[in-house]
Design a protein around this ligand. Structure first.
Ligand code: SF4
Length: 688
């Protein structure tokens, strides 16, 4: 007799957190079935979501712990041998160099329970050197939205976009990269909403927008300032909201007196008349929402990119009501949850600062320890520097592959070689894992139970669908085994992930009312959820903001031109963005590749005028060089990009990581769109 059942599942790829059913036949995940009643996607799944089963039975998965034998080869070892080796190395290094010589790096792909335990292990050992490698996103929201609103997250559920009269989208190829969110935007449009779309590239479908503003790369935030200038000049702002719900109005007003719309036109490339037109639409609509993708992360001239849309929403009172709000579209499936869990060198679980006395004491009591480390830890880019200086002696990496995602992969690879001990836990023998002393096989998403928090703050349960394959053990159990042997038996005696979630609800105030039973519901539960009977909070800031005085804070933002200037040698502005079939982790990239082979090639988009000038043929091989390195790509001649601008998609960074530009000093993530480059064709003219 055939055994068959369906399990409610959450897509493990992006932060939209779409639901579907996994069909299980004879103990194997065999197929997916669309879940029409899921509140995020109503049955739809994008290309990545449809390929979700590929990873589970991938032929390259590893199933046994591995120990480095010599330079590049590994031996299979038992779990006992692996845990003993890990613990003995950690103990030796701790004794010799102290807890600050250890660092912990995880991924926003891991569950809340895994990431909670991961940061707990780091902090119990005595260090805040713990971070997440999802550095193309999110960090700025933490910095800027926390200042503006008191919390760093989306304000409304995605489906609420359907209730907006005006939607302002700033996005890298939004319709292709976010088809599920686009669905809600189209729904709003069909009800008469006006859609303003800002990007430096023409989207593949212009159908979605009523107004398309093709800005110069990296100037979206300045354009928003232009809208604010016009709204202030014409008194189009919401006076009552400003008076009752915000602070900082005069400071913002004063700061913008120094800027003119003509200047904004010059910087952004958008004519003054157009800036005025879209400003009036946004301000005068009764409900306006803002969606922004990763392109608001560090931009040359304005690393406070996400403050500008926050100012705009506050100024017009388009926040705290249905159909309004701000939607930062995070990339990794559990980016929001990872921040909530405190996987950060500066934030504890609950997103309080590591120096926050009250939260420190509360967590220390919960964990049965005297003190938590109070010195801020190292962020991932800072860890890289510390590695180079041999200040970090041991590194534990969980399901993250920085050698294929990091901006300066070659330097990092060299630095990893100087470690006394490198531990990597992953599904595959990735480029990073190949450098490790011990590699632990991780279970895939379908073999573990845990919760994920999507971009709308929706906490959803992913129940185990199939048993862990071969010799794999869930990450949480492995961490508990390591911690217990290190002497933290009391703190890590969890018998299942439900127990871990229970502790999370005590550590993270917004999760207090969440329970294993409540997250099982198809709609999950949206935090803040302060009590076990509380229904969750789908719309934030309806009455007050989460700032100390309860007011939304308008903050001045100053434009400083910091990007490299195009020169004769490097005449093009180099821009990056997501491509729909790529995912930043190499592993997923492999899976997507199997369903869409052609999409795996690195391409560069170049305007026909530029291509003619430097004699580049469509589909020919070209070399893109920056001051940091070079890569080869296939030329794609298209009017999607402006003259003087070239675009390449994010790829596993052995490619574009080499030519990314510097790290933003404030957000500690790579600055996008700040570098200039040269494009040279084989047989063509040089850029110089
Ligand atoms: S939009 Fe994101 S969550 Fe939804 S199916 Fe695609 S990758 Fe998965």
């Amino acid at each position: 007799m055939t055994s068959f059942h369906e399990v409610q599942s959450i897509c493990p790829y992006c932060a939209e957190g779409c639901g579907f059913y996994t069909q299980v036949e004879q103990g194997k995940a065999s197929n997916i079935e669309y879940m029409k009643k899921h509140p995020v996607n109503e049955g739809g799944l994008c290309l990545k979501g449809n390929a979700v089963l590929d990873i589970i039975y991938h032929e390259n998965r590893i199933y046994s712990p591995l120990a480095k034998k010599d330079g590049n080869t590994f031996d299979n070892i038992s779990w006992d041998e692996a845990i003993n080796a890990i613990v003995s190395n950690f103990k030796k290094i701790l004794k010799k160099h102290g807890p600050g010589s250890l660092a912990f790096l995880t991924s926003a792909r891991c569950t809340n329970e895994e990431n909670y335990l991961f940061q707990k292990l780091a902090r119990i050992i005595g260090t805040n050197n713990v971070d997440c490698t999802s550095f193309y996103e999110g960090n700025l929201n933490i910095v800027d939205f926390s200042t503006s609103f008191g919390s760093a997250c989306a304000t409304n559920p995605l489906s609420d976009l359907a209730n907006s009269e005006c939607i302002l989208i700033s996005g890298s190829n939004f319709t292709d990269n976010h088809p599920i969110v686009s669905h809600w935007v189209f729904e709003a449009k069909s009800r008469g909403a006006r859609i303003i779309y800002i990007d430096h590239r023409v989207p593949s479908s212009l159908l979605i927008c009523d107004h398309f503003l093709q800005v110069n790369p990296g100037t979206q935030a300045v354009l928003i300032d232009g809208m604010i200038i016009h709204i202030l000049e014409k008194n189009l702002y919401n006076k009552q909201f400003i008076e009752e719900r915000t602070s900082g109005f005069e400071v913002l007003q004063k700061s913008l007196r120094k800027q003119s719309l003509k200047q904004v036109e010059k910087i952004s490339g958008i004519p003054v008349a157009k800036i005025k037109e879209v400003a009036e639409i946004y301000a005068s609509s009764s409900t306006s929402a803002i969606i922004h993708c990763t392109d608001f992360n560090p931009q040359h001239g304005n690393s406070k990119g996400t403050t500008n849309p926050a100012n705009l929403a506050l100024l017009c009172g388009h926040i705290g009501r249905t159909g309004t709000g701000i939607f930062p579209l995070l990339e990794h499936n559990n980016a929001q949850g990872s921040y909530d869990m405190g996987v950060s060198p500066h934030l504890l679980p609950g997103r309080a600062g590591v120096k926050d006395d009250i939260q420190q004491k509360k967590i220390a009591k919960l964990w049965h320890i005297k003190n938590l480390p109070s010195k801020g830890g190292l962020s991932f880019p800072e860890m890289t520097k510390a590695l180079k200086r041999h200040r970090i002696k041991a590194l534990y990496i969980m399901e993250s592959n920085p050698l294929e995602e990091h901006a300066h992969a070659d330097q990092l690879k060299h630095a990893l070689k100087g470690l006394e001990f490198l531990l990597v836990q992953d599904n595959f023998l990735t480029e990073t894992a190949k450098q490790a002393d011990i590699v632990l096989p991780a279970v895939s998403w379908a073999e573990k139970t845990g919760t994920y928090t999507n971009t709308e703050r929706r906490v959803q349960l992913q129940p185990r669908i199939i048993n862990p394959q071969q010799h794999t053990i869930p990450n949480w159990q492995v961490m508990c085994d390591i911690a217990k042997k290190l002497g933290f038996k009391k703190q890590f005696s969890f018998s299942n992930t439900e127990n871990i979630l229970k502790e999370i609800t005590k550590a993270v105030p917004a999760y207090t009312g969440i329970s294993a039973t409540r997250v099982k519901r198809t709609e999950g539960i949206i935090w803040p959820c302060p009590t076990p009977k509380h229904p969750g909070t789908s719309i934030l800031y309806t009455e007050h903001f989460h700032t100390p005085d309860g007011l939304g804070k308008l903050s001045p933002v100053f434009y400083e031109k910091k990007a490299e200037k195009p020169t004769q040698k490097y005449p093009f502005r180099l821009t990056f963005g997501k491509a729909p079939t790529f995912y930043s982790a190499a592993i997923t990239h492999l899976e997507i590749k199997s369903s869409t082979p052609a999409s795996s090639e690195l391409f560069v988009e170049i305007n026909p005028k530029d291509a003619k000038k430097i004699n580049i043929q469509n589909q020919s091989e070209v070399k893109i060089s920056t001051r940091l390195g070079n890569v080869k790509a296939t030329a794609c001649i298209t009017e999607k990009v402006l003259p003087g601008v070239v675009f390449i998609p994010f790829l596993p960074a052995s490619n574009n990581g080499k030519i990314l530009s510097s790290v933003d000093p404030r957000a500690k993530i790579p600055e996008l769109n700040a570098a200039t480059c040269q494009v040279k064709g084989s047989g063509g003219k040089q850029g110089d």
